[in-house]
Design a protein around this ligand. Structure first.
Ligand SMILES: [Zn+2]
Ligand SMILES: [Zn+2]
Length: 262
């Protein structure tokens, strides 16, 4: 009798221990995604946007995508027009389209509405590729593009010859965007600062982390990694800009992307 009782209590202990271990695993899992307070603080860092709202589990960021910094692509009458001040002797505001037609565009306001998950989730397989066009939005309301040009090839010197002193340029549809480090933001906020967010809700940081300048080799195939950041003390998956290609994003979204309305 005694023996049976003992084994019953051992069984009970085993059940309790198993339940305890299981619940702490769940807590760890939540820790990876439970960043809502931190995310709300991050949203306060956005400026030069039309509006930011949270509706249920969705963050809605509406921007007109006009940079708050100077650019030679602004119309000359615009107070933010400034001649090119960078060091590329081949810089030109004339853009040759894939069709061969050359245009000399002025920036135009384009409304983009990003609907992002408030609780971004990492996806373990079949991650969605990024599209051409906006894949995220910077703190100053300017949109991010991926590593490809309109021909779906990695950007090359043709595009860099149209990249202004703040590392942005307009698309053929005249919306201004960054494919590479937005140096207006890293100069003003720091090379290790949060710079924006991609459509899957995961944040984007500058090229420096803990005093070290990262390269693509330090990151996974989506161009990010999981870790603690100054904004997300519990840790979060995040992307980094790097000096080397593919600059911001690799093989697509690490998380489930939200919706972009143009
Ligand atoms: Zn571009
Ligand atoms: Zn990092």
């Amino acid at each position: 009798m005694k023996k049976i009782k003992k084994s019953t209590s051992y069984t009970l202990l085993f059940v309790i221990l198993t339940a305890f271990i299981a619940s702490s695993c769940i807590d760890d899992h939540l820790g990876r995604g439970n960043n809502i307070g931190a995310m709300k603080k991050v949203l306060k860092k956005f400026y030069n946007v039309e509006s930011i709202e949270i509706v249920k589990d969705t963050i809605i960021i509406t921007t007109l995508d006009l940079p708050d910094h100077t650019s030679p692509f602004y119309e000359e009458s615009n107070p933010l027009f400034e001649e090119y001040t960078g060091d590329n002797p081949d810089f030109s505001t004339e853009i040759t389209l894939p069709t061969g037609v050359t245009i000399d565009p002025d920036l135009m306001a384009t409304e983009f509405v990003f609907k992002l998950p408030l609780r971004p989730k990492e996806v373990e397989s079949d991650n969605q590729p990024t599209n051409l066009g906006p894949i995220g939005v910077a703190l100053n309301g300017v949109v991010f593009f991926n590593q490809f040009n309109g021909r779906r090839e990695l950007l090359d010197q043709r595009e860099f010859n149209n990249t202004d002193q703040w590392n942005g340029h307009p698309s053929p549809r005249l919306s201004y965007h960054y494919h590479i480090e937005p140096i207006w933001l890293t100069q003003n906020m720091g090379s290790d600062a949060l710079l924006g967010v991609l459509l899957d809700g995961f944040p984007v940081y500058g090229p420096v982390e803990d005093g070290v300048t990262l390269t693509s080799d330090d990151l996974d195939e989506f161009h990010g990694h999981f870790g603690k950041t100054a904004d997300f003390r519990k840790g979060i998956y995040h992307y980094h800009f790097t000096e080397d290609a593919p600059w911001l994003n690799g093989d697509g979204y690490k998380g489930t992307p939200g919706i972009l309305i143009e």
